[in-house]
Design a binder for this molecule. Structure first.
Ligand code: 2AM
Length: 201
């Protein structure tokens, strides 16, 4: 590396690759991990490890470490009520070659949490996601699944209920076997359910 290059990298502020997510309890992560492994065995691709399974709320990418306290303070202002997410849909995005789990019906409480977090991040000057991108809540289960391997009929997922009582800030560290995720802060959802609760019948 050139002297110039060294000088530049020495002055570059340290950054953290971070995102906000819902993180499943261990039992649910194991169940989803089994779904991922079974699907990878049938269709090919790389199954997400149970300890990495999550649902992203907002992806920020590289944030200067010195801004992390402001990011924590911003997320702490987001108030929401605990809710239950029902995962009952297994689907595939061809462009990303991604097999994912999600909800057959939109979950109002999740949308409310997502909007509240995004608005707080915007107000604090943090950029999350791409401009104009709509939120498509999903749990990535198997990456690099070849489209040709999938059956023509819709995939089935037995209902899995996910009690969501907090959201988390996660730091992603690149690793040879996929990214390594560390939860660096937790934000409890302790508000009044009000009119945003979702009925699962
Ligand atoms: P994905 O599972 O659909 O790839 C950490 O990378 C998490 O942030 C993943 O859940 C990933 O979604 C999500 N994410 C959203 N936008 C991203 C981006 N531009 N780059 C990397 N990850 C992104």
């Amino acid at each position: 590396m050139s002297t110039e290059g060294n000088r530049i990298s020495a002055t570059k502020p340290a950054t953290a690759r971070v995102f906000f997510a819902l993180w499943p309890p261990a039992g649910l992560a194991d169940s989803l991990g089994r779904v991922a492994r079974d699907a990878a065995a049938r269709f090919g691709g790389r199954a997400t490890r149970p300890d990495s399974i999550h649902l992203t709320l907002a992806f920020l990418g590289n944030v200067p470490e010195m801004r992390l306290p402001a990011l924590l303070a911003t997320a702490a202002q987001v108030h929401g009520a605990a809710f239950a997410l029902r995962l009952d849909r297994l689907d595939y995005w061809q462009r990303q070659q991604l097999l994912w789990a999600g909800c057959a019906k939109p979950t109002v409480s999740l949308s409310t949490l997502f909007s509240g977090l995004r608005q707080a991040l915007d107000r604090a000057g943090f950029t999350a996601g791409r401009a104009g991108e709509s939120y498509a809540p999903h749990v990535s289960l198997v990456r690099r699944v070849p489209a040709a391997a999938l059956p023509a009929c819709p995939l089935r997922l037995d209902e899995l209920d996910w009690p969501c009582s907090q959201f988390v800030l996660v730091r992603s560290h690149p690793a040879a076997a996929g990214s390594d995720y560390r939860i660096i802060a937790e934000f409890p959802l302790t508000g009044d359910p009000g009119s945003t609760s979702d009925a699962h019948g």
